[in-house]
Design a binder for this molecule. Sequence first.
Ligand SMILES: NC(=O)c1ccc[n+]([C@@H]2O[C@H](COP(=O)([O-])OP(=O)(O)OC[C@H]3O[C@@H](n4cnc5c(N)ncnc54)[C@H](OP(=O)(O)O)[C@@H]3O)[C@@H](O)[C@H]2O)c1
Length: 319
Amino acid sequence: MEVFKRTAQLNTGAQIPLIGLGTVAADQNEEDITVAVITALQVGYRHFDTASMYKSERPLGKALNTAFQNGLVKREDLFVTTKLWNTEHDDPVTAIKSSLKNLQLDYVDLYLIHWPIKLRKEAPMSASKPKEEDFLPLDMKSTWQGMEQCLEMGFTKAVGVSNFSSKKIEDLLTHAKIPPAVDQVEMHPQWQQKKLRDYCNKHNIHVSAWGPLGGHNKGWGSNEVMDNPLMHEIAQKHGKTRAQVMLRWGLEQGASVLPKSYNTDRIFSNFQIFDWSLTPDDHDKIDMLKQVKLFRGDAFVNSTTGPYKTVEELWDGEI
Ligand SMILES: NC(=O)c1ccc[n+]([C@@H]2O[C@H](COP(=O)([O-])OP(=O)(O)OC[C@H]3O[C@@H](n4cnc5c(N)ncnc54)[C@H](OP(=O)(O)O)[C@@H]3O)[C@@H](O)[C@H]2O)c1
């Protein structure tokens, strides 16, 4: 059987490992993250996804630093992504420097604009609903120039976006000196992002799937994605777990997948997705699944001060 490639090439020429460990949890415990990262490195993960908002940069950095010192892995073999939070749009260079300090790194491999939302810098750094007075008009041109500066100063090897619709990328491309390398978006068998992926393919922008397990047991997500009878059926047929089916599906769509787990067995099993494949029939059936966007972003919408009065405006109809 043909061995599935474990990396994809970004438009910068760099390779992005197709599976990365997600590091967001409601009740972040630094020790859990540190242990999960060391376990993941031992299993073979070389890609880690964090953000200034997740409170996981510091423990991730601690674990990576320990791994460098013990010779478990070299910096150049890793791919680390972090993100500019909504309160940091005014000054991406200062924001990335703070992230790098937390991560104990000289550079990240990918720096993303977390959301197409700008909030006052004094607003709380959290995913909860911002107050009306905290919203600021979006100035994507200036934010993107700041991202480009981060790249030019060597603080990141690539820049990209997250939670951007095709239309928002199209607008960005009209003024970007450096095009985004990645759009990181919610993607799983019940939110397949076909339109966005078509658009990104045409423009050589890689898509990374956040919530590839449908946010199983998480506040924003739904167990219905993994519990769908079709996931049971396909998993049983291949002798795999439902999570492996969902992750393998993501890979076979050309995306990278970012499952979060702090559990040793699940960190291991989620990684076992390279030496088997889904059949065309599996794909046909998954294609037919009803599509439901789980994270609609209602918190980022308000009818008075925000740039988006409705979720349809936030996603430019891609919802
Ligand atoms: N750019 C963005 O706006 C954005 C938004 C959300 C997330 N993200 C990134 O994407 C990553 C993944 O998203 P997510 O964490 O929200 O959701 P997810 O990866 O779809 O699901 C994670 C949940 O599934 C559980 N899980 C993991 N492996 C499993 C398995 N094999 N069987 C059953 N349950 C399993 C995890 O619990 P255990 O830990 O107990 O295994 C956790 O509760 C995040 O961690 C973050 O890095 C980005």
